[in-house]
Design a protein around this ligand. Structure first.
Ligand code: PMP
Length: 467
C-alpha cells in the first residue's frame, strides 16, 4: 500500500486527530490548539498549496520564508531520489565526503562575496547560528584571545531556537519561561524606522544606533566581544529595514574593534531581495561570516550553511593543539540528499533568473501593498522586494497598538485565508514573504484579496468594540 493510499483511507479526520493527540507543534498557541487542531496541508504546486479538504490557497509565505523556487519542482524531487538511491548517507567526519556536499561547497563559494570560500554545513538556520558561534569562540581561543566571547545581537532579532540561537534572538515573547545563556549575549536596540524616537530624522536615528553600539563596546570592552550578528533585514521581528548606511557603519565599528561581523542571511539569502546574498549587493557590507538555510534548498530538504572568510579559515583550518582536529559538526553535516536538493534548487534559480524576477516584481509588490494603507488599521507597510510586512495599529497618528486580545494579525490572516491566500500573522503584524516566482498578476490578485481581508477585519474589530 502506498503512503498516499494509506492517507486517503485514514481520512482527513483521522489525521487531524492523530496530529492533535501526538504532534507537539512548534510556535503554536496551546490555549486554542486542543480545540482547533491543525490545518492539514496535503498538496502543493507552484505558488499554491492545498489542504486536506481540497481548499486551494495562494502561498503568501513560501512555506516559512523558504520555498523560494515554488512548490512541486519534480526535478528537485528527482535529484533527491537519485542521490538517495545511489548513496543516501555516509559520514563526512574524518576526511570522508560525498559528491553533492563537495560540489555545493564550491558553488556557494562561487556565489558568495569573493572572500567567503569555506562552508560548514548544518541542518537549518538555528544550527547554523549555533555552529557559527562555536566556531567564532574557537577562532579567538586559537588566536590567544580567550576573553573575546560576548556576541552582540539586537532586540527583536530572530536567530533560531537552539540554546545559543534562542539567546541571540531578541524577541522577548519567544523566550518566555525558557532559559537563555545571557552571559554570552548583549542586545542592542533594533533598527525600527517606523517607531524611531519622535522628531529624529532617519539619518539622526542611524547616528543614534551606531553610537549605542560604540558605547556598548566601550562599556563591555572590545577584548570581551567576539562578534556582532544581524539579519540584513530583520525578519520575524517585524521585517524591519534599517536606516540607510546602518549596516556598513555597524561593520565599521566591528572592524575598528576586532569584532567579527556575522550576517544572518537565513531569510534574505537565495534571492528574496533580488540577489543570491544581500549583504554585499544590497547593504554594501563584507561580512566575515554569512549564515544561510531556508532558500538554500528552497525547503525541499533541511540544510544550513555557514560561509566563512579565507582569513578566518586560515586560523580554523590550521593544525594546532590536539592534532589539529576540528572537533565539531553534525551527523548530517553535508547530507548528500539535502545537498543534491540545494544544487538543483540553485540551478533552477540561475536558469530561470529568479533573482531578476524578484528585482522586477518586488518593487511592484511593495508599491501595491502600500495602497492598502487607507485601511483603518494599516499603520505601516514596509520591507523590500519579496520580504514585506503590514503593521496594524489602533491609531495611525499615535501608532498606538490594538489590545493583544483583539488578535488583529490573526483576524487579517483568517480573512485572507477564507479568500484563498495564506499570509503570516505575528502578533499585530502580517507578513508577506512569498515564493520568488510570483508575477505581477499574482500580486494584483493578492492585493485584491488583502483589500477585502483588511476591510472585513476593520468591520469585525468595530463590531467587537476594538475600534
Ligand atoms: N535566522 C533567521 C533570520 C531566521 O528567520 C530563522 C528562521 N525563521 C532562523 C535563523 C532559524 O532557522 P531554523 O528555523 O531553520 O532553525
Amino acid at each position: 500500500m502506498t503512503t498516499s493510499t494509506t492517507r486517503t483511507e485514514l481520512g482527513a479526520q483521522t489525521l487531524w486527530r492523530q496530529d492533535r493527540d501526538h504532534f507537539i507543534h512548534p510556535f503554536t498557541d496551546y490555549s486554542t490548539f486542543h480545540e482547533q487542531g491543525c490545518d492539514l496541508i496535503t498538496d502543493s504546486d507552484g505558488i499554491y498549496v492545498q489542504d486536506a479538504h481540497g481548499n486551494r490557497f495562494i502561498d503568501g509565505i513560501a512555506g516559512l520564508w523558504c520555498v523560494n523556487v515554488g512548490h512541486g519542482r519534480a526535478e528537485i524531487g528527482q535529484a533527491m531520489a537519485d542521490q538517495a538511491t545511489r548513496m543516501a548517507y555516509f559520514s563526512t567526519f574524518n576526511n570522508l565526503s560525498n559528491a553533492p556536499a563537495a560540489e555545493l561547497a564550491a558553488k556557494l563559494a562561487e556565489l558568495a562575496p569573493a572572500h567567503l570560500n569555506h562552508v560548514f554545513y548544518s541542518c537549518g538556520g538555528s544550527a547554523a547560528n549555533d555552529a557559527t558561534i562555536r566556531l567564532v569562540h574557537y577562532y579567538f581561543n586559537r588566536l590567544g584571545k580567550p576573553s573575546k566571547k560576548r556576541i552582540i545581537s539586537r532586540n527583536n532579532a530572530y536567530h533560531g531556537t537552539t540554546y545559543m540561537a534562542a539567546t541571540l534572538t531578541g524577541i522577548a515573547s519567544n523566550n518566555w519561561e525558557f532559559d537563555t545563556l545571557d552571559h554570552l549575549v548583549t542586545h542592542l536596540s533594533e533598527a525600527n524606522c517606523y517607531r524611531r524616537p519622535e522628531g529624529m530624522s532617519e539619518a539622526e536615528y542611524c547616528d543614534h544606533l551606531v553610537a549605542e553600539f560604540e558605547e556598548t563596546v566601550e562599556r563591555i570592552g572590545a577584548d570581551n566581544i567576539a562578534a556582532f550578528i544581524a539579519e540584513p533585514i530583520m525578519g520575524a521581528g517585524g521585517v524591519l529595514v534599517a536606516p540607510e548606511g546602518y549596516h556598513a557603519r555597524m561593520q565599521a565599528v566591528c572592524r575598528a574593534n576586532d569584532i567579527l561581523f556575522i550576517a544572518d542571511e537565513v531569510v534574505t539569502g537565495f534571492g528574496r531581495l533580488g540577489h543570491f546574498f544581500a549583504s554585499e549587493k544590497v547593504f554594501d557590507t563584507q561580512p566575515d561570516i554569512i549564515n544561510c538555510a531556508k532558500g538554500l534548498s528552497s525547503g525541499y530538504a533541511p540544510l544550513g550553511a555557514t560561509l566563512i572568510s579565507d582569513e578566518l579559515f586560515e586560523v580554523l583550518g590550521t593544525p594546532q593543539g590536539k592534532g589539529g582536529v576540528l572537533s565539531t559538526g553534525f551527523t548530517y553535516s553535508g547530507h548528500p540528499v539535502s545537498c543534491a536538493a540545494a544544487l538543483k534548487n540553485i540551478e533552477i534559480i540561475e536558469r530561470e533568473d529568479i533573482c531578476k524576477n524578484v528585482r522586477e516584481v518586488g518593487p511592484y509588490l511593495e508599491e501595491r501593498l502600500k495602497t492598502l494603507s487607507h485601511h483603518a488599521t494599516v499603520g505601516d507597510v514596509r520591507g523590500s522586494h519579496f520580504m514585506m510586512c503590514l503593521e496594524n495599529v489602533a491609531d495611525k497618528a499615535t501608532k498606538e497598538l490594538l489590545p493583544v486580545d483583539a488578535r488583529v494579525g490573526d483576524r487579517v490572516a483568517f480573512e485572507a485565508q477564507q479568500r484563498g491566500l495564506i499570509i503570516r500573522p505575528v502578533g499585530h503584524l502580517n507578513i508577506v514573504s512569498p515564493p520568488l516566482i510570483w508575477t505581477r498578476e499574482t500580486v494584483d490578485r493578492v492585493v485584491d484579496i488583502l483589500d477585502e481581508a483588511f476591510a472585513a477585519t476593520t468591520e469585525s474589530l468595530r463590531e467587537d468594540g476594538f475600534l
